[in-house]
Design a protein around this ligand. Structure first.
Ligand code: HGY
Ligand code: MN
Ligand code: MN
Length: 410
Protein backbone atom coordinates (compact mmCIF):
# COMPACT_ATOMS: atom_id res chain seq x y z
CA UNK A 1 0.00 0.00 0.00
CA UNK A 2 3.03 2.20 0.38
CA UNK A 3 2.65 3.76 -3.05
CA UNK A 4 -0.82 5.01 -2.15
CA UNK A 5 -0.19 6.35 1.35
CA UNK A 6 0.48 9.94 0.21
CA UNK A 7 -2.79 10.08 -1.75
CA UNK A 8 -4.51 8.45 1.23
CA UNK A 9 -3.26 11.13 3.60
CA UNK A 10 -4.41 13.78 1.09
CA UNK A 11 -7.88 12.18 1.00
CA UNK A 12 -8.12 12.39 4.80
CA UNK A 13 -6.88 16.00 4.83
CA UNK A 14 -9.50 16.93 2.21
CA UNK A 15 -12.32 15.25 4.16
CA UNK A 16 -11.31 17.28 7.20
CA UNK A 17 -11.16 20.45 5.07
CA UNK A 18 -14.71 19.83 3.85
CA UNK A 19 -15.80 19.22 7.45
CA UNK A 20 -15.19 22.93 8.10
CA UNK A 21 -18.38 23.72 6.19
CA UNK A 22 -21.08 23.35 8.83
CA UNK A 23 -24.33 24.93 10.00
CA UNK A 24 -23.16 24.69 13.62
CA UNK A 25 -19.74 26.08 14.58
CA UNK A 26 -17.83 23.48 16.61
CA UNK A 27 -19.86 20.55 15.24
CA UNK A 28 -20.25 19.05 11.75
CA UNK A 29 -23.85 19.46 10.59
CA UNK A 30 -24.65 19.93 6.88
CA UNK A 31 -28.22 19.23 5.79
CA UNK A 32 -29.89 19.40 2.38
CA UNK A 33 -28.77 22.53 0.44
CA UNK A 34 -27.97 24.46 3.61
CA UNK A 35 -25.67 27.49 3.10
CA UNK A 36 -22.42 25.66 4.03
CA UNK A 37 -23.09 23.29 1.11
CA UNK A 38 -21.95 26.16 -1.15
CA UNK A 39 -18.48 26.04 0.38
CA UNK A 40 -18.30 22.30 -0.15
CA UNK A 41 -19.35 22.72 -3.79
CA UNK A 42 -16.76 25.46 -4.36
CA UNK A 43 -13.86 23.45 -2.95
CA UNK A 44 -14.87 20.22 -4.69
CA UNK A 45 -15.33 22.10 -7.99
CA UNK A 46 -11.76 23.42 -7.73
CA UNK A 47 -10.44 19.93 -7.03
CA UNK A 48 -12.60 18.41 -9.79
CA UNK A 49 -11.32 20.95 -12.35
CA UNK A 50 -7.68 20.38 -11.33
CA UNK A 51 -8.27 16.66 -11.87
CA UNK A 52 -9.48 17.36 -15.41
CA UNK A 53 -13.20 16.95 -14.70
CA UNK A 54 -15.96 19.32 -15.75
CA UNK A 55 -18.06 20.18 -12.68
CA UNK A 56 -21.79 20.97 -12.67
CA UNK A 57 -24.54 21.20 -10.06
CA UNK A 58 -27.83 19.60 -11.09
CA UNK A 59 -31.33 20.73 -10.08
CA UNK A 60 -31.29 18.54 -6.96
CA UNK A 61 -28.05 20.15 -5.80
CA UNK A 62 -25.93 17.10 -6.67
CA UNK A 63 -22.41 18.21 -7.57
CA UNK A 64 -21.04 16.17 -10.48
CA UNK A 65 -17.54 15.98 -11.97
CA UNK A 66 -17.43 14.60 -15.52
CA UNK A 67 -14.37 13.02 -17.18
CA UNK A 68 -15.07 12.21 -20.84
CA UNK A 69 -14.15 8.79 -22.22
CA UNK A 70 -12.03 8.32 -25.33
CA UNK A 71 -14.81 7.42 -27.72
CA UNK A 72 -17.81 9.57 -28.73
CA UNK A 73 -20.93 8.76 -26.64
CA UNK A 74 -18.94 6.46 -24.33
CA UNK A 75 -20.99 5.00 -21.49
CA UNK A 76 -20.49 6.30 -17.97
CA UNK A 77 -19.00 4.68 -14.89
CA UNK A 78 -20.26 6.50 -11.78
CA UNK A 79 -18.28 6.86 -8.56
CA UNK A 80 -19.59 8.77 -5.60
CA UNK A 81 -21.48 9.14 -2.34
CA UNK A 82 -23.24 11.91 -0.39
CA UNK A 83 -21.94 15.20 1.03
CA UNK A 84 -24.66 15.97 3.54
CA UNK A 85 -24.29 14.83 7.15
CA UNK A 86 -26.28 13.90 10.24
CA UNK A 87 -26.31 16.30 13.22
CA UNK A 88 -22.95 16.51 15.04
CA UNK A 89 -21.48 14.14 12.47
CA UNK A 90 -18.09 12.68 11.78
CA UNK A 91 -15.92 13.90 8.90
CA UNK A 92 -16.03 10.81 6.69
CA UNK A 93 -19.59 9.43 6.31
CA UNK A 94 -20.39 10.07 2.64
CA UNK A 95 -17.68 12.62 1.92
CA UNK A 96 -14.94 9.98 1.94
CA UNK A 97 -16.57 8.24 -1.05
CA UNK A 98 -16.52 11.44 -3.09
CA UNK A 99 -12.96 12.46 -2.18
CA UNK A 100 -11.62 8.94 -2.71
CA UNK A 101 -13.26 8.83 -6.15
CA UNK A 102 -11.63 12.18 -6.94
CA UNK A 103 -8.23 10.75 -5.94
CA UNK A 104 -8.73 7.81 -8.33
CA UNK A 105 -9.54 10.20 -11.19
CA UNK A 106 -6.53 12.35 -10.30
CA UNK A 107 -4.35 9.25 -10.44
CA UNK A 108 -5.57 8.51 -13.99
CA UNK A 109 -4.01 11.77 -15.18
CA UNK A 110 -4.75 12.16 -18.89
CA UNK A 111 -4.97 8.42 -19.56
CA UNK A 112 -7.78 7.85 -22.10
CA UNK A 113 -10.40 5.30 -20.98
CA UNK A 114 -13.02 3.55 -23.14
CA UNK A 115 -15.70 4.92 -20.81
CA UNK A 116 -16.50 8.24 -19.19
CA UNK A 117 -16.37 8.68 -15.44
CA UNK A 118 -18.71 10.91 -13.47
CA UNK A 119 -18.10 11.54 -9.77
CA UNK A 120 -21.44 12.12 -8.01
CA UNK A 121 -21.55 14.13 -4.77
CA UNK A 122 -25.16 13.57 -3.74
CA UNK A 123 -26.82 16.55 -2.06
CA UNK A 124 -28.77 14.62 0.56
CA UNK A 125 -28.76 11.01 1.78
CA UNK A 126 -29.34 11.22 5.52
CA UNK A 127 -32.91 12.54 5.61
CA UNK A 128 -32.18 14.98 8.45
CA UNK A 129 -33.86 18.14 7.13
CA UNK A 130 -37.03 16.65 5.60
CA UNK A 131 -37.29 13.33 7.45
CA UNK A 132 -37.00 11.43 4.16
CA UNK A 133 -33.55 10.31 2.94
CA UNK A 134 -31.94 9.92 -0.50
CA UNK A 135 -33.22 13.15 -2.10
CA UNK A 136 -30.06 13.53 -4.23
CA UNK A 137 -29.78 9.97 -5.52
CA UNK A 138 -33.56 9.73 -6.05
CA UNK A 139 -33.28 12.75 -8.35
CA UNK A 140 -30.56 10.95 -10.32
CA UNK A 141 -32.85 7.98 -11.02
CA UNK A 142 -36.01 10.04 -11.55
CA UNK A 143 -37.88 9.02 -8.39
CA UNK A 144 -37.84 12.42 -6.68
CA UNK A 145 -41.62 12.64 -6.90
CA UNK A 146 -44.13 15.45 -6.30
CA UNK A 147 -44.97 14.15 -2.83
CA UNK A 148 -41.32 14.37 -1.75
CA UNK A 149 -40.86 17.80 -3.39
CA UNK A 150 -43.78 19.03 -1.25
CA UNK A 151 -42.38 17.64 2.03
CA UNK A 152 -41.86 20.40 4.56
CA UNK A 153 -39.02 20.95 7.00
CA UNK A 154 -39.41 22.29 10.56
CA UNK A 155 -39.62 25.85 9.18
CA UNK A 156 -42.38 24.94 6.71
CA UNK A 157 -40.05 25.13 3.70
CA UNK A 158 -40.62 22.46 1.06
CA UNK A 159 -37.91 20.51 -0.77
CA UNK A 160 -38.78 22.57 -3.87
CA UNK A 161 -38.37 25.79 -1.84
CA UNK A 162 -34.96 24.59 -0.63
CA UNK A 163 -33.91 23.93 -4.23
CA UNK A 164 -35.04 27.41 -5.27
CA UNK A 165 -33.44 29.06 -2.21
CA UNK A 166 -30.15 27.50 -3.29
CA UNK A 167 -30.53 29.22 -6.67
CA UNK A 168 -31.57 26.08 -8.55
CA UNK A 169 -34.72 25.31 -10.54
CA UNK A 170 -36.86 22.26 -9.66
CA UNK A 171 -38.05 22.40 -13.29
CA UNK A 172 -34.56 21.17 -14.24
CA UNK A 173 -34.90 17.92 -12.31
CA UNK A 174 -35.39 15.79 -15.46
CA UNK A 175 -31.83 16.78 -16.46
CA UNK A 176 -30.52 15.36 -13.18
CA UNK A 177 -31.50 11.85 -14.27
CA UNK A 178 -28.56 9.66 -15.32
CA UNK A 179 -28.54 8.99 -19.09
CA UNK A 180 -29.67 5.52 -20.23
CA UNK A 181 -27.37 2.45 -20.10
CA UNK A 182 -25.12 3.56 -17.25
CA UNK A 183 -22.13 1.20 -16.94
CA UNK A 184 -21.98 0.94 -13.16
CA UNK A 185 -22.04 2.80 -9.87
CA UNK A 186 -19.31 2.16 -7.31
CA UNK A 187 -19.52 3.70 -3.82
CA UNK A 188 -16.68 3.70 -1.32
CA UNK A 189 -17.98 4.24 2.22
CA UNK A 190 -16.94 3.72 5.83
CA UNK A 191 -18.55 0.61 7.30
CA UNK A 192 -19.95 2.57 10.23
CA UNK A 193 -20.00 -0.59 12.34
CA UNK A 194 -17.69 -3.02 14.21
CA UNK A 195 -17.42 -5.95 11.77
CA UNK A 196 -14.22 -5.19 9.84
CA UNK A 197 -12.37 -4.05 12.94
CA UNK A 198 -13.34 -7.25 14.81
CA UNK A 199 -12.05 -9.31 11.85
CA UNK A 200 -8.90 -7.21 11.49
CA UNK A 201 -9.73 -6.61 7.81
CA UNK A 202 -9.32 -3.20 6.10
CA UNK A 203 -12.01 -3.52 3.40
CA UNK A 204 -15.43 -5.15 3.05
CA UNK A 205 -17.26 -6.02 -0.19
CA UNK A 206 -20.96 -5.29 0.26
CA UNK A 207 -23.29 -7.99 -1.12
CA UNK A 208 -26.52 -6.34 -0.02
CA UNK A 209 -27.94 -3.46 2.00
CA UNK A 210 -30.56 -4.19 4.62
CA UNK A 211 -34.01 -2.65 4.26
CA UNK A 212 -35.22 0.20 6.42
CA UNK A 213 -38.53 1.64 7.58
CA UNK A 214 -38.81 5.18 8.91
CA UNK A 215 -41.93 6.45 10.68
CA UNK A 216 -42.94 9.65 12.46
CA UNK A 217 -45.24 9.39 15.51
CA UNK A 218 -47.12 11.92 17.60
CA UNK A 219 -48.51 10.83 20.98
CA UNK A 220 -51.16 13.41 21.98
CA UNK A 221 -52.51 13.77 25.53
CA UNK A 222 -53.53 16.78 27.57
CA UNK A 223 -51.33 19.42 29.15
CA UNK A 224 -52.25 20.01 32.80
CA UNK A 225 -50.91 21.26 36.10
CA UNK A 226 -48.20 19.01 37.58
CA UNK A 227 -49.27 19.82 41.15
CA UNK A 228 -53.01 19.79 41.04
CA UNK A 229 -53.76 16.98 38.56
CA UNK A 230 -54.21 13.60 40.31
CA UNK A 231 -52.38 10.73 38.57
CA UNK A 232 -55.61 8.92 37.65
CA UNK A 233 -56.91 12.03 35.85
CA UNK A 234 -53.91 12.50 33.59
CA UNK A 235 -53.52 11.97 29.85
CA UNK A 236 -49.73 12.11 29.95
CA UNK A 237 -48.30 11.86 26.40
CA UNK A 238 -44.75 11.31 27.64
CA UNK A 239 -45.64 8.47 29.99
CA UNK A 240 -47.40 6.74 27.08
CA UNK A 241 -44.57 7.36 24.63
CA UNK A 242 -41.97 6.18 27.13
CA UNK A 243 -43.88 2.92 27.66
CA UNK A 244 -43.87 2.44 23.87
CA UNK A 245 -40.11 3.15 23.53
CA UNK A 246 -39.36 0.50 26.14
CA UNK A 247 -41.49 -1.90 24.08
CA UNK A 248 -39.56 -0.97 20.89
CA UNK A 249 -36.28 -1.98 22.54
CA UNK A 250 -37.77 -5.22 23.91
CA UNK A 251 -39.14 -6.15 20.46
CA UNK A 252 -35.78 -5.48 18.77
CA UNK A 253 -33.83 -7.44 21.39
CA UNK A 254 -36.24 -10.36 21.01
CA UNK A 255 -35.97 -10.48 17.19
CA UNK A 256 -32.58 -11.76 15.93
CA UNK A 257 -30.72 -9.19 13.78
CA UNK A 258 -33.54 -6.64 14.00
CA UNK A 259 -32.48 -3.06 14.75
CA UNK A 260 -35.04 -0.53 15.96
CA UNK A 261 -34.19 3.01 17.02
CA UNK A 262 -36.13 5.96 18.37
CA UNK A 263 -33.67 8.73 17.52
CA UNK A 264 -35.93 11.77 17.81
CA UNK A 265 -38.10 12.35 20.85
CA UNK A 266 -39.49 15.82 21.43
CA UNK A 267 -41.68 16.54 24.48
CA UNK A 268 -44.10 19.46 24.30
CA UNK A 269 -44.62 21.94 25.93
CA UNK A 270 -41.48 20.76 27.77
CA UNK A 271 -41.95 22.57 31.12
CA UNK A 272 -41.12 20.71 34.33
CA UNK A 273 -44.42 21.63 35.99
CA UNK A 274 -46.71 20.75 33.06
CA UNK A 275 -48.04 17.27 32.32
CA UNK A 276 -46.71 16.63 28.77
CA UNK A 277 -49.27 17.37 26.08
CA UNK A 278 -47.54 15.67 23.15
CA UNK A 279 -44.45 13.74 22.09
CA UNK A 280 -43.08 13.78 18.54
CA UNK A 281 -40.99 10.65 17.99
CA UNK A 282 -39.20 8.93 15.10
CA UNK A 283 -38.89 5.19 14.47
CA UNK A 284 -36.17 3.53 12.39
CA UNK A 285 -36.47 -0.24 11.88
CA UNK A 286 -34.02 -2.33 9.87
CA UNK A 287 -33.57 -5.97 8.93
CA UNK A 288 -32.02 -7.94 6.05
CA UNK A 289 -35.40 -9.63 5.42
CA UNK A 290 -38.23 -7.30 4.42
CA UNK A 291 -41.00 -9.52 5.81
CA UNK A 292 -39.43 -9.52 9.29
CA UNK A 293 -38.87 -5.75 9.16
CA UNK A 294 -42.45 -5.05 8.02
CA UNK A 295 -43.91 -7.48 10.59
CA UNK A 296 -42.00 -5.70 13.37
CA UNK A 297 -43.15 -2.27 12.22
CA UNK A 298 -46.73 -3.56 12.24
CA UNK A 299 -46.45 -4.93 15.78
CA UNK A 300 -44.79 -1.74 17.03
CA UNK A 301 -47.71 0.20 15.57
CA UNK A 302 -50.25 -2.02 17.31
CA UNK A 303 -48.36 -1.65 20.63
CA UNK A 304 -48.61 2.12 20.23
CA UNK A 305 -52.35 1.85 19.47
CA UNK A 306 -52.97 -0.34 22.55
CA UNK A 307 -51.05 2.09 24.78
CA UNK A 308 -52.90 5.20 23.57
CA UNK A 309 -56.22 3.37 23.86
CA UNK A 310 -55.56 2.41 27.49
CA UNK A 311 -54.24 5.87 28.43
CA UNK A 312 -56.87 7.94 26.59
CA UNK A 313 -54.24 9.43 24.27
CA UNK A 314 -54.30 9.95 20.51
CA UNK A 315 -51.75 8.59 18.04
CA UNK A 316 -50.62 10.01 14.72
CA UNK A 317 -48.51 7.49 12.76
CA UNK A 318 -46.88 8.68 9.49
CA UNK A 319 -44.83 6.60 7.05
CA UNK A 320 -41.67 8.36 5.91
CA UNK A 321 -39.78 5.54 4.22
CA UNK A 322 -40.18 1.88 3.30
CA UNK A 323 -36.89 1.01 1.59
CA UNK A 324 -36.63 -2.69 0.64
CA UNK A 325 -33.43 -4.65 1.29
CA UNK A 326 -31.29 -4.30 -1.82
CA UNK A 327 -28.89 -6.86 -3.29
CA UNK A 328 -25.94 -5.27 -5.13
CA UNK A 329 -24.77 -6.38 -8.55
CA UNK A 330 -23.10 -9.83 -8.37
CA UNK A 331 -20.98 -9.30 -11.51
CA UNK A 332 -19.69 -5.97 -10.28
CA UNK A 333 -19.18 -7.36 -6.81
CA UNK A 334 -17.06 -10.22 -8.14
CA UNK A 335 -15.05 -7.71 -10.23
CA UNK A 336 -14.53 -5.79 -7.00
CA UNK A 337 -13.42 -9.01 -5.29
CA UNK A 338 -10.88 -9.56 -8.09
CA UNK A 339 -9.58 -6.03 -7.58
CA UNK A 340 -9.22 -6.60 -3.82
CA UNK A 341 -7.27 -9.81 -4.47
CA UNK A 342 -5.01 -8.18 -7.07
CA UNK A 343 -4.32 -5.40 -4.58
CA UNK A 344 -3.05 -8.18 -2.31
CA UNK A 345 -5.76 -7.62 0.29
CA UNK A 346 -7.97 -10.05 2.27
CA UNK A 347 -11.48 -10.51 0.83
CA UNK A 348 -14.50 -10.18 3.13
CA UNK A 349 -18.10 -10.09 1.92
CA UNK A 350 -20.74 -8.53 4.12
CA UNK A 351 -24.20 -7.02 4.43
CA UNK A 352 -24.60 -3.30 5.09
CA UNK A 353 -26.65 -2.33 8.15
CA UNK A 354 -26.52 1.29 7.04
CA UNK A 355 -28.54 2.62 4.13
CA UNK A 356 -26.66 4.07 1.17
CA UNK A 357 -27.26 5.84 -2.12
CA UNK A 358 -26.21 2.59 -3.83
CA UNK A 359 -29.59 1.11 -2.79
CA UNK A 360 -31.38 3.83 -4.74
CA UNK A 361 -29.21 3.43 -7.83
CA UNK A 362 -29.09 -0.40 -7.77
CA UNK A 363 -32.50 -0.96 -9.46
CA UNK A 364 -31.41 1.40 -12.27
CA UNK A 365 -27.67 0.79 -12.63
CA UNK A 366 -25.39 -2.14 -11.68
CA UNK A 367 -24.09 -1.00 -8.28
CA UNK A 368 -21.39 -2.10 -5.87
CA UNK A 369 -19.93 -0.85 -2.60
CA UNK A 370 -16.61 -1.18 -0.86
CA UNK A 371 -16.44 -0.53 2.88
CA UNK A 372 -13.47 0.82 4.78
CA UNK A 373 -12.96 -0.29 8.40
CA UNK A 374 -14.44 2.03 11.05
CA UNK A 375 -12.04 2.23 14.01
CA UNK A 376 -14.05 1.59 17.19
CA UNK A 377 -17.04 0.78 14.99
CA UNK A 378 -18.02 4.40 15.52
CA UNK A 379 -20.03 6.58 13.13
CA UNK A 380 -22.65 9.34 13.05
CA UNK A 381 -20.67 11.22 15.69
CA UNK A 382 -17.40 13.22 15.88
CA UNK A 383 -15.22 10.20 16.84
CA UNK A 384 -15.88 8.65 13.41
CA UNK A 385 -12.55 8.16 11.62
CA UNK A 386 -10.57 6.09 9.09
CA UNK A 387 -7.03 4.70 9.02
CA UNK A 388 -4.68 6.10 6.35
CA UNK A 389 -3.54 2.58 5.49
CA UNK A 390 -7.16 1.54 4.89
CA UNK A 391 -7.73 4.52 2.60
CA UNK A 392 -4.53 3.49 0.77
CA UNK A 393 -5.92 -0.06 0.49
CA UNK A 394 -9.19 1.29 -0.94
CA UNK A 395 -7.30 3.41 -3.47
CA UNK A 396 -5.20 0.42 -4.53
CA UNK A 397 -8.35 -1.63 -4.93
CA UNK A 398 -10.15 1.18 -6.78
CA UNK A 399 -7.25 1.53 -9.18
CA UNK A 400 -7.23 -2.22 -9.86
CA UNK A 401 -11.00 -2.03 -10.40
CA UNK A 402 -10.61 0.74 -13.00
CA UNK A 403 -7.92 -1.29 -14.79
CA UNK A 404 -10.32 -4.27 -14.90
CA UNK A 405 -13.14 -1.99 -16.06
CA UNK A 406 -10.89 -0.81 -18.89
CA UNK A 407 -10.68 -4.39 -20.16
CA UNK A 408 -14.30 -5.19 -19.31
CA UNK A 409 -15.82 -2.16 -21.02
CA UNK A 410 -13.32 -1.65 -23.87
O1 HGY B 1 -29.04 5.97 8.22
C1 HGY B 1 -28.28 5.38 7.48
O2 HGY B 1 -28.31 4.19 7.38
C2 HGY B 1 -27.27 6.14 6.66
O3 HGY B 1 -26.22 6.53 7.47
N1 HGY B 1 -27.88 7.23 6.02
MN1 MN C 1 -24.95 8.34 7.50
MN1 MN D 1 -23.46 7.60 4.51
Amino acid sequence: MKQWINQANEVIVRCKELARFTEEPGRITRTFLSPPMRGVHKLLEQWFEKAGMVPRVDAAGNLRGFRAGAGPGSRVLYLGSHIDTVLNAGAFDGVLGVVLALALVEDLGGRPLPFSIEVLAFSEEEGVRFGVPFIGSRASVGTLDRELLAREDAQGKTVADAIRDFGLDPGGLPHAILPPRPLAYLEFHIEQGPVLERLGVPLGIVDSIIGQSRRELIFRGQANHAGTTPMEMRRDALAGAAEWVARVEREACATPDLRATVGQFEVRPGASNVVPESVHASLDVRHALDEIRRRSVKSLRSYAEQIVERRGLELVWKQRLDQPATPLDPLLTSALEGAVRRAGLPVHHMVSGAGHDAMILAPHCPSAMLFLRSPGGISHQPDETVLPEDVAAALACGSEFLKEAEALYA
